[in-house]
Design a protein around this ligand. Structure first.
Ligand code: PMV
Length: 326
């Protein structure tokens, strides 16, 4: 019983997909329709402390010292119920989360958040801390969280059931000076969350082709990452992201995550390429654009983007590590 009283703190970093996860084959287990590949980033992370306490009558959840809004609470409580079920316990827990994913960076914190929660809660509940197991647990909080257990380049195998759907690292310690520049085009809360966006996209007549495209991108992307070939990595990532967004534009009814700033950012990247700079864009379930490049090209890219977006809206990130316990 004593193990249940120990406070456990875990830290996980966010990740950005180079081959996107977009579509669920199983809504409740969060089994994706396709494999995906991501890069874990150094700059942005979440730390979460979990301590089970027999005196509690419900989980007590705070984010950056404040009580979480109801929908966020529900998602985390649901996740904790799964942990309790796995550990065969009924005890509630104190959960303190601190997000070091600046809202200004416009990067989602659900990946780092659920990866850190999975790590801390599993250990505090006396469950295995095998990372493949933690990846499966994190997946059930937020699909992309399955990849944040690992550093560097990560491959999430879609699988077909709970046991077969987990992420594993391709290269955990990346020495290649690859960079991702986040361009913040809006700080507003996203209108259509990823779960609703995916569901809506599944009404697109092109959805089946998206799944084929994404799965077909896995092996060339893996090869390009091992070769450290920025041109191939960038071209596949950009085409993959736009194929994903094509399913939103062709959904019934259509919708989009683009705003005018997103289009301006993508145009700027295309213009930079015409001047010989190797840079490529990707976008997720929001209007912010992320630019993939090598460190040597960062100054030229920033020089082009600063007058358009301002330095405050540009964040340069490097490859980051996987889950750690503090
Ligand atoms: O993990 P979720 O449910 O937030 O979905 C993430 C979806 C994308 O960010 C758009 C793509 C991805 O693979 O991370």
């Amino acid at each position: 019983m004593s193990i249940l009283q120990t406070a456990v703190t875990a830290k996980a970093h966010t990740n950005i997909a180079l081959v996107k996860y977009w579509g669920k084959a199983d809504q409740s287990l969060i089994i994706p329709t396709n494999d995906s590949i991501s890069l874990t980033l150094d700059h942005f992370y979440t730390t979460t402390t979990v301590r089970f306490d027999a005196h509690l009558t419900a989980d007590e959840i705070t984010l950056d010292g404040l009580t979480l809004p109801t929908d966020g609470q529900q998602r985390m409580r649901h996740f904790m119920d799964m942990i309790r079920h796995e550990a065969k316990i009924t005890t509630f827990a104190h959960i303190e989360t601190a997000n070091h994913v600046p809202t200004a960076a416009g990067l989602a914190s659900s990946a780092s958040g659920f990866a850190a929660l999975a790590g801390a809660a599993a250990k505090a509940a006396g469950l295995s801390t095998d990372r493949q197991y933690l990846s499966r647990l994190a997946r059930r909080g937020s699909g992309s969280a399955s990849r944040s257990l690992f550093g560097g380049f990560v491959h999430w195998h879609a699988g077909h059931d709970d046991a077969s759907s987990f992420a594993e690292p391709l290269t955990e310690k990346v020495t290649w000076p690859i960079r991702m520049i986040a361009i913040v085009t809006s700080r507003a809360e996203k209108k259509i969350g990823s779960t609703n966006g995916m569901q809506a996209s599944q009404s697109s007549p092109y959805f089946a082709d998206w799944v084929k495209t994404a799965n077909a991108d896995i092996s060339p992307m893996t090869a390009a990452l091992f070769k450290e070939d920025i041109k191939s990595v960038g071209e596949i990532a950009e085409h993959n992201a736009m194929s994903m967004h094509a399913t939103t534009l062709s959904a019934e009814p259509p919708f989009t995550y683009f705003n005018s700033g997103s289009l301006q950012a993508m145009q700027a990247v295309q213009d930079l390429r015409l001047t010989g700079v190797n840079c490529y864009y990707t976008m997720d379930a929001g209007p912010n654009v992320k630019v993939l490049c090598e460190a040597a090209d960062v100054p030229a890219i920033l020089a082009r983007l600063q007058p358009l977006f301002g330095s405050y809206n540009l964040v340069v990130a490097k490859p980051g590590p996987g889950l750690t316990y503090l």
